[in-house]
Design a protein around this ligand. Structure first.
Ligand SMILES: NC(=O)c1ccc[n+]([C@@H]2O[C@H](COP(=O)([O-])OP(=O)(O)OC[C@H]3O[C@@H](n4cnc5c(N)ncnc54)[C@H](O)[C@@H]3O)[C@@H](O)[C@H]2O)c1
Length: 379
């Protein structure tokens, strides 16, 4: 196996999820490359060293520019906050590195466009970590839709609900709460949560032509964690939009961090002429399936437990009857990305696919401001 030296930037939640995937992938998937945890980069050298010791990185950098300058790094993995994605990805591409970047791709489509141009000009393999495509139940939904089993699609429905910012004392900015600071996050739940829903939706149901959205910022001012000063909140706390897909289907999308009782309730449902499909992140190893063509005596919603070797990705794991979880979606993403590099057929979502999602979130935010239906640019 050829070693593939990883240099990862950011050691927070996603730093852990990505590292776990890089460590696991060669054990469970047959690939030509084996990721090597060469270096982790974080601004706090002590914390980065602790992370490196815990997860098995060979070295530590405190400046991402130094990491990119290293000849012994093949792949730059961006697991840092949204405000640094563009600068790092563009520099990494210029240095000829393979680039994986967390979502949303950029802070806005202008940044994302530059990122796409950089990786395409440098011809370096690239991917955005929209990991939910690779929950086996979601991949199975894609297979069923592509086989035409739903018939004509009428409706797509998705929501992503959380409740962790209801308290007005939660600050904006700083570790853990950077998502509330528009200068670091770009936008609120539209770019953070709806971006996931949109990526999955366009993968399953094709492109989105137009949207009309509404957003709200329920808490208008919050203390900034770094300055201690009360500051206007620039992000959207809640966002909902209607959409028209190119295939003629209609959609509703909703995300909020103010849905008391919900922690990460990402659900999607698709209704077609013959059948419907539904999925729920809280029960991510199940796919709900209703087929009107079943005999009326037994017709009803089926809850398919995804654990059989015939089902997507499952032959790589344990035994039928035993399910897998959230962390495996990242391992699948690395496996497919490396397989794409090896076969010369790049795996999606690429940076260009990430740009397509950013065009939708941008249109939603613009529509929420203007109060009008807004056409979505094509990536
Ligand atoms: N795919 C998913 O399911 C998913 C889930 C959560 C977050 N994300 C995305 O992943 C990214 C990171 O989110 P997180 O939840 O891991 O955040 P986090 O706050 O847990 O970690 C962010 C990390 O970025 C580091 N960082 C920021 N600026 C840096 C710089 N200039 N140099 C080096 N390191 C820097 C921070 O120090 C921290 O280690 C975001 O883009 C977020 O949108 C994706």
């Amino acid at each position: 196996m050829k070693p593939l030296n990883i240099g990862m930037i950011g050691y927070g939640l996603m730093g852990r999820a990505h590292t776990n995937a890089f460590r696991q992938v060669s054990q469970f998937f047959k690939l030509e490359h084996r990721p090597v945890l060469k270096a982790v980069c974080g601004r706090d050298g002590v914390k980065a060293a602790e992370f490196a010791a815990n997860w098995g990185y060979e070295s530590v950098e405190t400046d991402w520019k130094a990491l990119i300058a290293r000849d012994d790094i093949d792949l730059i993995d961006i697991a840092a906050t949204n405000n640094v994605h563009a600068e790092i990805a563009i520099a990494a591409a210029k240095a000829g590195k393979i680039v994986m970047c967390e979502k949303p791709l950029g802070m806005n489509p202008a940044e994302s466009l530059k990122m796409v141009a950089a990786v395409e000009k440098a011809k370096v393999p690239n991917m955005v970590w929209y990991n939910y495509r690779r929950a086996p139940a979601v991949t199975l939904a894609k297979m069923i839709i592509d086989e035409g089993k739903l018939g004509k699609i009428f409706h797509y429905r998705a929501k992503f609900l959380q409740d962790w910012t209801i308290n007005a004392e939660v600050p904006q900015g700083g570790p853990g709460t950077w998502r509330l600071d528009a200068s670091v996050a770009g936008s609120g739940v539209t770019g953070d949560l709806l971006a996931h829903c949109i990526d999955t939706a366009m993968w399953l149901n094709g492109s989105i032509d137009s949207v009309t959205g509404m957003t709200e910022t329920f808490v208008k001012e919050r203390k900034h964690a770094l300055t201690g000063k009360k500051q206007k909140v620039g992000i959207d706390d809640a966002s909902a939009f209607l959409a028209r897909f190119s295939n003629g289907s209609l959609a509703t999308f909703e995300a909020t961090r103010y849905a008391r009782g919900h922690k990460a309730l990402y659900t999607l449902e698709i209704n077609g002429e013959h059948a419907s499909l539904a999925w729920d992140l809280h029960d991510l190893h199940r796919l709900q399936w209703f087929d009107h063509r079943d005999s009326s005596l037994v017709r009803g919603w089926r809850s398919i437990h995804i654990s059989d070797g015939d089902q997507p990705y499952m032959k790589h794991w344990w035994i039928p009857g035993v399910q897998i979880g959230f962390e495996h979606t990242f391992t699948h993403q690395v496996a497919d990305f490396l397989a794409g590099i090896e076969s010369g057929k790049p795996a999606a979502p690429t940076f260009r696919d990430g740009l397509a999602t950013d065009y939708v979130t941008d249109a939603v935010l613009k529509s929420a401001k203007s109060g009008r239906w807004t056409n979505v640019k094509k990536a």
